[in-house]
Design a protein around this ligand. Structure first.
Ligand code: FAD
Length: 416
């Protein structure tokens, strides 16, 4: 019987421990926190968007970095297998808009409870407040782990194989403090620089920071670098006291975080009226202005825009908000229409790991076998979850990547 040590009791570690134990291995799961799945508790605003019920091709399309690497793991443990497993352990699931899957109870705690039940049913030994310090190797194979115990001492755990599932660097308060990167780097693995992704963005212009809480629905956000379009997507975003956030701003961050890290300032624009082409929009403005000729521009525009955004749009278009609609020239109207189609601002940085939903970068997938997640450098060492250089968009895809790679690693560690 293989003696498997799983390190890190988050999403991927719980899946790994389950997979290894269900293959007959003797499994110990160590977690440095006082409970399992501390990050899982806060996923999906406490509701846990466990996976996405879309077909495989769509799942892969939503993976931003190294999608092809995930094929093998996803094949071993897909969204359907996860769903069946959770339901078998008493966590009933429902599918919402965008194929997002949640517990029927809307409580992330039910997902953790289901895994705890599965693990205890298979006799997995769970050791909380136990922290991996280093891994021991001999002749290119892992032999054991040095672990800090709750009393402050250190214990050596001899192993046949190890699953390292210590997470990335995002939301470090949940326990993901990058320990795995340090340990794997020391063992010779290539680590792609970890960066915050799915993270709010800081902007340059003052006006963007004067509208905290303003949500824009049905707009298109575009981010460029020179003549290159880095990101363009329709959806919802919001302004904050530091810049922009909300679904499309978070998605944008995954495509621009490297450039921001290099110090680039990226021009962005919001199409406030994506459903109207410039000519139709101009005709609409013409009609509004002729029907409300005596009113000030800022009042006329309330028919088209949230009132708190009007000063910013007029400022950007170079128009006086007190001007009456009847005296707006054709050129001024054209400039206004252009601004409504492309309200410009500049993105200067991300909000960092403290507010990032995911870590981009991590262990290079070239160092890992895609079917079992075994390290190509150290035999018996399996790597899973956010630690890997794989990241996806929101919608349950990141957790599914953690469940799938964790499961594949657990099976691999058990010798299957
Ligand atoms: C606010 C927020 C909301 C999110 N919402 C969603 C969502 O709804 N859907 C979705 O798909 N994804 C979501 N994600 C992303 C998702 O949570 C992660 O992709 C996933 O948790 C990664 O799993 P993991 O097992 O790799 O890492 P983690 O879940 O971070 O687990 C790693 C574990 O290892 C432990 N550990 C670290 N170092 C050591 C050590 N030295 N010794 C022992 N233990 C250690 C940590 O304490 C931690 O418990 C969200 C993320 C955040 C931050």
């Amino acid at each position: 019987m293989k003696n498997v040590l799983v390190i890190g009791g988050g999403a991927s570690g719980m899946a790994a421990a389950y997979a290894a134990a269900s293959s007959g291995a003797s499994v110990t799961l160590i977690e440095k926190n006082e409970k399992l799945g501390k990050k899982v508790y806060i996923t999906g605003k406490g509701r846990c968007n466990v996976t996405n019920a879309c077909p495989k091709e769509e799942f892969i399309r939503n993976v931003v970095t190294n999608p092809r690497f995930l094929y093998g793991a996803y094949h071993r443990f897909s969204n359907e297998e996860l769903t069946a497993l959770l339901e078998s352990a008493g966590c009933r699931l429902k599918t919402e808009r965008g194929n997002r899957v949640f517990p029927v109870s809307d409580h992330a705690s039910d997902v953790i409870r289901a895994f705890e039940k599965l693990l205890s049913g298979l006799g997995v030994k769970v050791l909380l407040r136990h922290e991996l310090v280093s891994l021991e190797t001999e002749e290119g194979a892992v032999t054991g782990a040095d672990v800090r115990t709750p009393d402050g001492g250190t214990a050596f755990f001899p192993v046949d194989s190890v699953v390292l599932s210590t997470g990335g660097l995002s939301y470090p308060l949940t326990g993901s403090t990058g320990d795995g990167y340090r340990i794997l780097k020391a063992l010779g693995h290539e680590i792609v620089r970890p960066l915050p992704a799915l993270v709010p963005l800081e902007t340059l212009e003052d006006w963007t920071k004067t509208l905290p809480g303003l949500t824009l629905k049905n707009v298109t956000l575009t981010v460029r670098s020179g003549s290159k379009t880095l990101f363009s997507e329709f959806g919802e975003m919001l302004f904050t006291h530091f810049g922009v956030s909300g679904p499309i701003a978070l998605s944008a961050s995954s495509f621009i975080t490297e450039r921001l890290d290099r110090g680039e300032r990226l021009p962005a624009e919001i199409d406030l009226k994506p459903a109207l082409d410039p000519e139709t929009l101009d005709r609409r403005l013409q009609r509004e202005f002729s029907e409300n000729g005596k009113k000030q521009l800022s009042n006329v525009l309330t028919a088209l825009l949230p009132s708190s955004l009007i000063p910013a749009v007029l400022l950007s278009a170079g128009l006086d908000k007190e001007k009456t609609a009847s005296v707006v020239s054709k050129e001024e109207r054209k400039k206004l229409a252009e601004t409504l189609k492309a309200l410009p601002f500049t993105i200067v940085s991300t909000r960092g790991f403290a507010e990032a939903i995911i870590t981009k970068g991590g262990v290079s997938v070239r160092e890992v076998r895609p079917d079992t997640m075994e390290s190509k450098r150290i035999r018996g060492l399996f790597i899973a979850g956010e630690l890997l250089d794989v990241d996806a968009l929101t919608g349950g895809f990141n957790l599914q990547a953690a469940w799938s790679t964790g499961y594949a690693a657990g099976k691999g560690a058990a010798g299957q």
